[in-house]
Design a binder for this molecule. Structure first.
Ligand code: GH3
Ligand code: MG
Ligand code: MG
Ligand code: MG
Length: 313
């Protein structure tokens, strides 16, 4: 289903733009059964640079949330047939949606409603009527906080690529998607060859520069939907959706060629060239994540055994 695949790609691009601090301010979903209020909010938020979608009921909202990634939702409480409370229940049940930042926009001023919303997962609560500027400021702060949290929790500080924690979470979601479509899904394990000798010969600082340079080169070659993570010291893993084993092998071989041809670091006029060994594994239906990662690791080990500087499937 091409349109779904495109949705996924779009989703990743939005995420990437955001994490790279690009011009994109975030994608919002406004859920309210009041047509006038909804249109007003959509036009104000659009004018402020947000990408905004709207839903007049909970079922439409859930459908949109499953199709695209949103950075934040605002929701009304009193809606029919399902209420905002029911939406909270549905969000909680879905691991891909349970952490999405939420702001309740409600005419209910009762403390009991506010308390219930916060316990159900709301991040903020604004009572109607409200000043748009206040809502906009609350949205801005919530998005900032989420962004910096994600940066801290999911990025490797040395290279800026994703870390293992993020990869471990994300790979499960990628697998669910691959099963659902269905579509092939491959991973690659990369390990720098004789990296210890770079550190021993030139010092740890140069080793760090090489890691940063390599991360940059690899990231540049990947598609928006691919996921690159630094797994350990000089080990990386790449998840490639919609890619079979052979295609993944070609992608990684191109990367290896580029790494061979380009210095991964330059310092005092010196160029540091490296190679890596990589193992590829395409996910087989029914295979556990653990066995799948092990298959890629094993292929990488064999690439080392066979003389390094190569990619094995
Ligand atoms: P092989 O080809 O068999 O993979 O050899 P290798 O030397 O790359 O492998 P080994 O696992 O023996 O050494 C990995 C080295 O990576 C050891 C450590 O000094 C270095 N390393 C790990 N993390 C970092 C880091 O964050 N910065 C730097 N500069 N070096 C690191
Ligand atoms: Mg309402
Ligand atoms: Mg290693
Ligand atoms: Mg190594």
């Amino acid at each position: 289903d091409i349109s779904k695949v495109e949705y996924e790609m779009d989703k990743q691009k939005v995420k990437a733009r955001q994490l790279s601090g690009g011009a994109h301010k975030g994608r919002l979903l406004v859920i309210d059964d009041d047509d006038t209020l909804r249109s007003y909010l959509v036009s104000r938020l659009n004018a402020d640079g947000y990408e905004v979608s709207e839903a007049a009921d909970v079922d439409t909202a859930i459908r949109l949330l499953r199709e695209q990634a949103f950075d934040l939702i605002t929701l009304d409480l009193v809606m029919h047939p399902k209420s905002g409370y029911e939406l909270f229940e549905l969000l909680k049940e879905d691991p891909t949606l349970q952490w999405i930042p939420t702001i309740v926009l409600s005419g209910r001023e009762d403390v009991s409603d506010k308390v219930r919303c916060f316990y159900m997962g709301s991040d903020d609560y604004v009572t109607k009527p409200f000043q748009y500027e206040e809502l906009a400021a609350r949205i801005y702060r919530l998005l900032k906080r989420t962004e910096s949290f994600e940066q801290l929790a999911f990025r490797d500080p040395l290279t800026g690529v994703y870390n293992r924690l993020y990869f471990d979470n994300q790979i499960k979601l990628e697998l669910q998607r691959a099963e659902r479509y269905p579509a092939p899904l491959s991973i690659a394990f990369l390990d720098i060859d004789k990296f210890k000798s770079i550190n021993d010969t030139y010092g740890h600082h140069i080793g760090d520069l090489v890691l940063q340079g390599l991360s940059h080169i690899v990231q540049q070659r990947l598609r928006a939907t691919d996921l690159l993570a630094r797994f350990g010291g000089e080990e990386y893993v790449i998840a490639m959706p919609n890619t079979d084993g052979e295609q993944a092998k070609q992608v990684v071989q191109h990367i290896l060629q580029q790494v061979r041809d380009n210095p991964a670091a330059q310092n005092d006029g010196n160029e540091y060239r490296i190679t890596f060994s990589a193992g590829i594994a395409e996910w087989k239906p029914g295979q556990s994540v653990k066995d799948w990662l092990q298959a890629a690791d094993q292929a990488m080990y064999e690439a080392k055994q066979e003389g390094r500087n190569r990619v094995l499937l």
